[in-house]
Design a protein around this ligand. Structure first.
Ligand code: GLY
Length: 370
């Protein structure tokens, strides 16, 4: 059941290996990259309790010695303080440029450790071992690394591609249903932005996939990674097309900011709701049919996911305030907000030509249903 997606970025090319049982095989997979049989692992305590022993045993099976640093879980770990801690620990471990650092965890660990590796000795190789669905289909692939600033999320970072990604789909079995479905928001996004057949396949198969079918999980992760790899290969540093990966994210970032980046709304839940809103705006602008936003929302409901603003617990600010929060988004270029809109399911494009009034109307209507 093992699949490999190659990311052909010339001198920075790498493989994304997807399938069950990869932690046990990590030593055999990583060993050809190593100048000496030794790695440093950075992880967080919750993931460590579930997967660190298995990874270290997999490395030891190939004669690879490992040291591990366990950080606290959660978004606040993407900070200057933890960047300093990781960097100094790696230096204490005498990690050299050709050595390999392993990031074991979800998006927080991947982003932080990737950034530490980007700046340590002006660039150290690292292997992503993503353990959440969101990290397997999105953040571990493509080389975006970052920490958060008090001014906003991911504002201090670098592009630094991993040398290998090992997406062990067995680790998905340890996610809560909510965390799995949150990651699924990013999976669905790929169908919506560029592959109508994949979206249709998800409509038919995603409930069984969420229920635990491993073959379906491997196929869904593989197709998502293939799509991300293709886009990143054409536009590694987001000069244009890579922004398609932000479908639903402008709405999502405003909703996350309004709800405090916490348990009220997980990132992938915001992406899912944001995709529905992006299709609604597209439909009102006459870009896609009226059936398309209904189809997106019907799929979210069938998956038991948050679909509408009314599914977000607690108060939300008004439409004007949400639009203002969208204006804080990183994707604002020369003061103009760029949106990812859709001509239909599987046919997204980036545009700055979106009337604020239509966005306000859609938000007002969505808020009035609360
Ligand atoms: N998560 C969006 C990107 O990697 O570009």
């Amino acid at each position: 059941m093992r699949e490999t997606v190659h990311v052909p970025l010339g001198a920075r090319a790498y493989d994304v290996v997807i399938g069950p049982g990869l932690l046990a095989q990590a030593g055999a997979l990583i060993s050809p990259m190593l100048p000496r049989p030794r790695v440093a692992i950075v992880t967080e305590t919750r993931v460590a309790a579930l997967h660190l022993d298995a990874l270290r045993a997999g490395l030891a099976a190939a004669g690879i010695q490992s040291e591990a640093l366990e950080l606290p879980p959660g978004e606040t770990t993407k900070s200057w303080a933890h960047l300093e801690q990781v960097s100094e620990w790696l230096l204490d471990q005498k990690i050299e440029r050709r050595d390999v650092v392993i990031a074991l965890g979800g998006g927080v660990i991947g982003d932080l450790v990737g950034f530490a590796c980007a700046i340590l000795r002006r660039g150290v190789r690292f292997v992503q071992v993503p353990t959440s669905l969101l990290a397997q289909v999105d953040s571990s692939v493509g080389g975006k690394t970052a920490i958060n600033a008090s001014q906003g999320k991911n504002l201090i970072g670098a592009f630094h591609q991993p040398s290998l990604v090992l997406a062990d789909t067995d680790t998905l079995n340890t996610l809560t249903p909510r965390d799995f479905l949150s990651g699924y928001g990013e999976v669905m996004k790929y169908g919506l932005l560029g592959d109508a057949d994949f979206f249709e396949w998800l409509e038919q198969n995603a409930p069984a996939m969420a229920g635990g079918d491993m073959g379906l999980r491997v196929r869904a992760v593989k197709r998502s990674v293939e799509m991300k790899a293709a886009i990143v290969t054409r536009d590694e540093t987001e000069q244009g097309e890579r922004a398609l990966l932000n479908l639903g994210h402008t709405f999502c970032h405003a909703l996350e900011a309004a709800t405090g980046y916490g348990d009220r709304l997980l990132h992938g839940e915001g992406v899912a709701i944001g995709c529905g809103l992006a299709f609604e705006v597209s439909s009102r602008l006459g870009l896609c049919s009226q059936e398309d936003p209904s189809r997106v929302r019907a799929h979210l409901k069938a998956m038991g996911m948050k679909t509408d603003l009314s599914d977000i617990p607690g108060d939300l600010p008004g439409a004007e305030a949400l639009l203002e929060l969208m204006g804080q988004d990183k994707k604002v270029v020369a003061g103009t907000l760029n949106f990812v809109m859709a001509r239909g399911i599987g046919d997204a494009f980036v545009t700055s030509d979106v009337s604020s009034q239509v966005v306000l109307d859609v938000l007002n209507d969505a808020l009035s249903m609360r």
